[in-house]
Design a protein around this ligand. Structure first.
Ligand SMILES: [Zn+2]
Length: 74
């Protein structure tokens, strides 16, 4: 077979497995995958927490407005 060193293939295979950070598109790291750093991991977490809090609050507001709207308009 060829003289290719199997150990030289390992680092590149690691990069392919880790992929890229979805926040800034940098190369992801083992410690914070799929992110590149703790900052990007925290940013993504904050995005999810902020979204789940914002949606129920808006829904409550909409149903309240919906109850008032029919009697006020018609
Ligand atoms: Zn990143």
């Amino acid at each position: 077979m060829s003289e290719r060193d199997p150990t030289s293939d390992k680092p590149s295979a690691d990069i392919v497995m880790l992929g890229r950070c979805p926040m800034c598109k940098k190369r992801a790291t083992l410690d914070y995958r799929p992110f590149c750093s703790k900052r990007c991991a925290d940013l993504d977490l904050a995005k999810w927490i902020g979204g789940s809090y914002a949606i129920p609050a808006e829904e409550t507001d909409l149903s309240e407005a919906d109850m008032i709207d029919p009697s006020a308009e018609h």
